[in-house]
Design a protein around this ligand. Structure first.
Ligand code: 5AD
Ligand code: SF4
Length: 449
């Protein structure tokens, strides 16, 4: 599909405000939307009151994510009162999941656009400008927005995301993503490499390759994710490379060996486990068991010593018993995660879990189990940080610290936040920092000069 210009170039630019919820993929999509819109005579503003067009890029992964967006939409009503021509668009997973139902439920919404239909935005807006509602939620088997150069909202940035694939076909039984983001498809590697090189040449020093399951990346010439990582790492040793997210079932030794061959591929792997109980993993359709997962962790420890590990955990999935929950806590302890994203199970309409299982863990029990998981992770994160005190890490400086202009903050290869006194260093510099103290969330130290 081609994009249509909706306004002649000479007319004054109108202002677009974009608000993004959910995963990194959504943030990356908002930059693609930004690019399509700036090619169509819009400019991006971060002042909502001056916007002619408001887009909300939404997330459906849990019910509370959707509730937050609905509450936010209510607040947009007053901007519409102040500026009657204002157009409000809902983009992303909620648009895809609810389709025209959302137009009926939220009267202030003018445009609904699913994640594969962003090229159609200019046409949809021209419909909305006539006062009609406009919707496109068609999912695609091949759209990757490969040729669109995302608008980086942070022009002097250090770290950027590059989307390398879209969709997911794993159908974990709790998850709505395969329904909202459609079939899995990989972006052509040349466009990925070009984007990474351009970022490096304009001053970026870190790229994160993004996909729902990057391990199943497959280019048309048959190259997999490990080769892609190697090619990106070879752009320049000063360009750090990260990736997210891996599925444990296909985290290969080949990828671990590639990581080990390139020091600029960061020593940090996000490997969502979801649960430590074999019974629950089976019900979740994760396609691995506890033993397989532990085997992958052992391979990481052997091939990539010092590699940080993070995970996602769901508390209170259907039929989860105290014993299942205990197994999750035990596994967390065994791995000793450096970081974790932890959630209460939230039933999503249309998923296998919603159709076939009962959401039978009491809300209070879910909350208590989640709290136990969070408390344990706090302890594990602190322990992991404490073990780093006395070590020296190469830190890529990202910004001045929130607390003081005299301090800089950045991350080490393990993705831990490090804060240290500035001296003469600047964002974008690599600095060796010796760690002298820590909190649960941050390492603190001094530059080794
Ligand atoms: N309820 C709670 N957490 C969920 N996740 C995905 N679907 C659900 C759900 N229905 C979590 C998983 C996934 C992360 C992105 O969100 O842990 O890895
Ligand atoms: Fe959802 Fe599973 Fe796909 Fe991740 S791998 S997006 S949890 S279905």
């Amino acid at each position: 599909m081609t994009t249509h210009k909706i306004l002649p170039e000479l007319e004054p630019k109108r202002k677009l405000y974009i608000e993004t919820y959910g995963c990194q993929m959504n943030f990356s999509d908002s930059q693609i939307v930004g690019s399509i819109m700036t090619d169509n005579n819009f400019e991006i503003t971060d002042i909502i009151a001056e916007a002619d067009l408001i887009f909300v890029n939404t997330c459906s992964i849990r019910d509370n994510a959707e509730k937050r967006v609905r509450a936010r939409l209510q607040e947009f009503k007053r901007y519409k009162k102040m500026k009657p021509g204002l157009i409000i668009g809902v983009l992303g997973c909620m648009a895809e999941r609810l389709k025209s139902q959302l137009l009926e439920e939220e009267k202030m919404v003018d445009v609904i656009v699913g994640p594969d239909a962003y090229r159609d935005l200019p046409r949809l807006l021209s419909i909305a400008e006539t006062g009609q509602k406009a919707i496109n939620v068609i999912l695609s088997a091949d759209e990757t927005y490969a040729d669109i150069n995302p608008v980086r909202l942070d022009s002097k940035g250090i770290s950027a995301f590059i989307s390398i694939m879209r969709g997911c076909e794993n159908f974990c039984t709790y998850c709505v993503v395969p329904f909202t983001r459609g079939k899995e498809r990989s972006r052509n590697p040349e466009t990925i490499l070009t984007e990474a090189k351009e970022l490096f040449n304009s001053g970026y020093r870190e790229v994160t390759l993004l996909g729902q399951n990057v391990n199943s990346y497959q280019s048309e010439n048959g190259n997999g994710f490990a080769q892609l990582m190697a090619s990106v790492a070879e752009i320049d040793p000063r360009l750090r490379v990260r990736f997210a997210t891996s599925h444990p079932k296909d985290l290969s030794d080949e990828l671990l060996n590639t990581m080990s061959a390139y020091p600029n591929i960061c020593r940090s792997i996000h490997l969502p486990v979801q649960s430590g109980s074999d019974k629950i993993l089976k019900l979740m359709n994760r396609k691995y068991d506890r033993q397989w997962y532990q085997g992958r962790i052992e391979a990481i420890r052997t091939i990539l010593p010092g590699c940080a590990l993070s995970t996602d955990i769901i508390a209170g999935f259907c039929s989860e018993t105290e014993e299942d929950h205990k197994q999750t806590l035990e596994l967390m302890e065994w791995v000793g995660y450096d970081y974790a994203f932890m959630f209460k199970y939230s039933e999503r309409a249309g998923t296998t879990a919603e159709k076939k299982y009962r959401d039978d863990v009491d809300e209070l029990v879910k909350s208590r189990r989640l709290k136990e998981i969070i408390d344990l992770q706090q302890e594990l994160s602190y322990r992991s940080n404490l073990a780093d005190v006395g070590k020296t890490f190469e830190v890529l400086v990202e910004r001045f610290s929130k607390k003081s202009q005299k301090e800089l903050s950045g991350r080490n290869s393990q993705n831990k936040m490090v804060v240290f006194p500035r001296h003469n260093f600047n964002p974008g510099d690599y600095v060796n920092v010796r760690i002298s103290s820590c909190t649960t969330a941050t390492l603190k130290g001094e530059a080794v000069i």
